[in-house]
Design a protein around this ligand. Sequence first.
Ligand SMILES: C[S@@+](CC[C@H](N)C(=O)[O-])C[C@H]1O[C@@H](n2cnc3c(N)ncnc32)[C@H](O)[C@@H]1O
Length: 239
Amino acid sequence: MEKIVEKILKKKLFVLKSEIVKEFLEEKGEDISKLNGIEIFGGLGLNDRIFAESLKNFEIWEIENKLESDLIKNLPNADVKICDSIRILKNERQFVQKYDLILIDNPIGVFGDTLEYCEHFDVIKNIHKLIDKKAIIIFLVNKRPFFFKKFVKKNELWRKRRREFYGDLNIKDMSTKFLLNFYTELFNNMGFKIDFSKNIPRHYPHLDYLVYKISRKSNDEQILKNTDWISLSELMKKN
Ligand SMILES: C[S@@+](CC[C@H](N)C(=O)[O-])C[C@H]1O[C@@H](n2cnc3c(N)ncnc32)[C@H](O)[C@@H]1O
């Protein structure tokens, strides 16, 4: 309890939440000391530190040159790379390096030079490029976005992007159950099955971590998924 109070007082509440994610993975029986990890939105690396310290290897990508020295200082064990992770993930067809644990700690709302990016929407559909057979993915979902009144244009764009991504539903207040189903479906459609998934509140009631462990489906599983009853009936007649 003392440790928690100390962290809250030092405004390290979010750091505490990433420690809860790590503890959850350990409870699930994951030996994270054997994993190769990456954070694709580095910032100062504060929420990532617990993973950089606990994993076998840790890489961290960040777009801002000026954050490089802080990142090296804050995460001395990590391999810091200054790059545009969204663009790299979109443009590269294959990555030689694959990761067992992927953190996506994107900025809130819309961002980028022309506000062209939004939340994790521009990276999640390319995230499979960083995965070999299986991986743990940790990302943030905004269940109840906080729209600051002064950001009129940003808010409008943000709402539009959320509607395009999640569909025409109440994007101002989404349930955890809906979100877990949504991403289960998304990863299934990308060719993965779900080993486990869990939400862990980061900033109640707005932001949750979603933690997914996903594994690539075998060819048989893919064929079964794509087989409909009409084509199957011909096959059955022959047997
Ligand atoms: C919420 S912060 C990350 C916080 C960080 N993970 C931590 O633990 O302190 C988001 C970061 O993503 C960076 N970023 C934004 N667009 C990016 C891009 N296209 N590629 C890489 N980093 C980007 C921002 O500069 C910002 O530092």
